[in-house]
Design a protein around this ligand. Sequence first.
Ligand code: LLP
Length: 432
Amino acid sequence: MKSEIKNNILYFDGCDTVELAKKYGTPLYVMSETAIVEKCREIRDAFLNKHERTRAAYAGKAFLTLSMCKIIEREGLCMDVVSGGELYTAIKANFPPEKIELNGNNKSIEELELAIGYNIGRIIVDGLDELEIIESICKGKGTKTSILYRITPGVKSDSHDYIVTGKKDSKFGIPLDDEVIFPAIERAINSPYVNFMGFHFHVGSQLHNNDSHLKALETALKLIKDTIDKYNYVTPELNIGGGFGIKYTDEDDKKSYAYFLDPMMEKIDEFSKEQNIKRPEIVIEPGRSIVGEAGITLYTIGTIKDIKGIRKYVSVDGGMTDNIRPALYQAKYESIIANKAGMPNTDMVTISGKCCESGDILIKDANLASAERGDILAVFSTGAYGHSMASNYNKNPIPATLLVKDGKSEIIVKRQTYDHMIANEVIPESLI
Ligand code: LLP
């Protein structure tokens, strides 16, 4: 049990959250190692150990630090990165390069050089000019790299428009028009510089039904068949992406990994039998589902404004700078006053951040115990896309991140200081 209430105090992975706030300051990201490890175990049980020739590449964009790379490596997962910076972080944590996969819709030449230089496991090619760049880098280095093509399966997922990625009108993937995709496949098969491993799709994020995964799979299987028929080439791998939804509030009808993966694996097995081919190695890329519910954010409550008959604003010492998701996607969260955790929820309030934006609202209509200045507010399920999307707007420092486990806490990201924030700033001679 990662969170529990004892003597009106919220405990998270065995740690008294009020003590954590006192010791490390707020705002504070708190990640439960137990919860992350538990999710990795679920993935092993429901997928990796259940089916042979499978891999799970954690999508680092959800939350990536050196320590997180260590946990992911220890738990036997691969790593999916989407930028030179994420790749560099994984390499600095000594993550095995052959277990790293690079995604991204506009990889720079420098990023591709870095990836090929480190000899990473896979590059997921997102456009046709990218293949040309990869070929020329490999030619120069006298090496070969393994690639997949990310396809645009043309499905519309049921999630916020900003986080659906599989529809035809998308900046992601290679469109499936015959005159585009087939010459690309032929070129990759015949290229002396790449091993063409197959196809990749990712349909969207925070999904609670498997419709779009299944539709995209059908499209991918058809493409595998066409590739066999046209070129007598069996692609040895298929990457079916991530997107498995988590529980932020009671409105979220969270599903198990098995709910998404079992029917897909069944379809892939059936297809392979029909085609009389060895089933391709199957790769998934879960991000949010591994870290989302493993994280909470602690804040200190400051100003409280009761606008009679309208709304009570309870302000905290963070906001859209440490969690942009409510402002960007109207994402909903649940919270509790950590030092009044067992007390009845008597107040309906709006939790606002401290940024100079009316839209800097973390939770509209939160049902809380009566709040006072100095109380500690815990917001749940902030482990994914919180820290990784944090900003310095209003020159607010990025909070520290703690890793907690069985009552022990350790800093894994130090709190940014004012000096860190201006460290790269330069005053030109003309202004001195
Ligand atoms: N693979 C690819 C190619 C992706 O683009 C993504 C997410 C994932 C895997 C991992 O998806 P997940 O399992 O985490 O749903 N910032 C947004 C989410 C953007 C997701 C982008 N791609 C949010 O906070 O909701």
